[in-house]
Write a new protein. Structure first.
Length: 141
């Protein structure tokens, strides 16, 4: 009987110790195996034409845009918006290259403000002049 009590006490103490151990799991270690079984479908292009509203193409003023347009077509991308238009003559050069290659209906350019010179006294005046120039010289800026 003495052994049974001792065995029982050891069993209960082991259970209590096991209950008190830290069993927390963080997000990085939680990785359950998926039990979902469905046919795999990996689309290679969009079902409907879409607009990429955030892209950066720095060299658009002198690059051959046919490769970009071919990549867009492969994805069924209708229009791309280039946020790296800079401004002034750089923006105008990009716009002229786009028009020369016939892609003015597929590529939209954003003008950019020069923030590095914001502390200069004539920053506001120069920025407004640049924006007025961009709006006058580039169809969509």
């Amino acid at each position: 009987m003495k052994y049974w009590v001792l065995f029982y006490l050891l069993l209960v103490s082991k259970f209590i110790v096991a209950q008190n151990t830290d069993k927390t799991m963080d997000f990085e270690t939680y990785n359950p195996t998926s039990t979902l079984v469905v046919p795999t479908h990996q689309p290679t292009q969009a079902k409907f034409p879409f607009i990429d509203i955030h892209s950066h193409h720095w060299n658009m003023a002198n690059q051959d845009l046919s490769k970009l347009i071919a990549e867009m077509d492969a994805l069924n991308m209708g229009i791309i918006v280039n946020l790296s238009g800079r401004g002034g003559q750089a923006l105008q050069s990009m716009s002229e290259n786009i028009k020369k290659q016939g892609y003015e209906n597929r590529i939209i350019l954003f003008t950019n403000i020069e923030w590095r010179s914001i502390d200069e006294t004539d920053w506001l005046e120069n920025t407004l002049k640049q924006l007025e120039y961009d709006v006058k010289t580039v169809p969509v800026a």
